[in-house]
Design a binder for this molecule. Structure first.
Ligand code: AR6
Length: 188
């Protein structure tokens, strides 16, 4: 498996090139839209593999609470996936002047939700870099900063996995994470 690992305090941060739906972690983060209609990209892959229960619970969530604002998250179970929960994070579309703040919030709230749920491992995709058009580089910078900032204060979470689809995404994240977390590399 292609991967890179960093250790920040008690938290292992792992970059993996692969499919997020295959990850053996407690929480999988989905790159969702505000209506939690999982019709494309990683969202569709999660529902295809996890089952319609994820879409059904998502619909119920929106019915109860209204659309999920950009930068916020909603939680459902994970159906047939190995994970226990899916945290649906709504990222911004590239070009939104508030985009970086919203992307930062979406990533931050995902990690904090997994911590709040008492879980020990989480896998995140490169939120907003597919259909929503964000450059990998910008997403990687934002994610590396948040991981560095949050890791020392996490008690439950022991592993944060970033799962990249394809070599270009993986290489970009690896380069940026090495730049930003250079003091923490434990293996390549
Ligand atoms: N595992 C890991 N990463 C993946 C996978 C996978 N199986 N499949 C795609 N990616 P996107 P967005 C990567 O488009 O840009 C949906 O329709 C992909 O290469 O899934 O936030 C939602 O319902 C890219 O790098 O999410 C929303 O309407 C990253 O995951 C909208 O798309 C995110 O791509 C959200 O757009």
């Amino acid at each position: 498996m292609v991967q890179t690992r960093f250790k920040i305090g008690n938290v292992t941060v792992r970059l993996i090139q692969g499919d997020i739906t295959e990850q053996d972690v407690d929480v999988i983060v989905n790159a969702a839209n505000s209506y939690l209609k999982h019709g494309g990209g990683v969202a569709l892959a999660i529902v295809r593999k996890g089952g319609e229960i994820i879409q059904k619970e998502s619909d119920e969530w929106v019915k109860r609470n209204g659309p999920v604002p950009e930068g916020e998250v909603a939680v459902t179970t994970a159906g047939k996936l190995k994970a226990k929960y899916v945290v649906h994070a709504v990222g911004p579309k590239f070009g939104d002047p508030e985009g970086d703040v919203k992307l930062r919030n979406a990533i931050r709230n995902s990690i904090l939700k997994a911590e709040e749920l008492g879980q020990s491992s989480i896998a995140l995709p490169a939120i907003s870099t597919g259909i929503y058009g964000y450059p990998y580089e910008r997403c990687a910078q934002i994610m590396a900063d948040i991981v560095k900032e949050l890791s020392p204060s996490l008690n439950n979470l022991k592993e944060i996995r970033v799962v990249l689809w394809g070599q270009e995404a993986f290489e970009t994240f690896r380069r940026i994470f090495h730049e930003k977390l250079s003091g923490y590399t434990s293996s390549c």
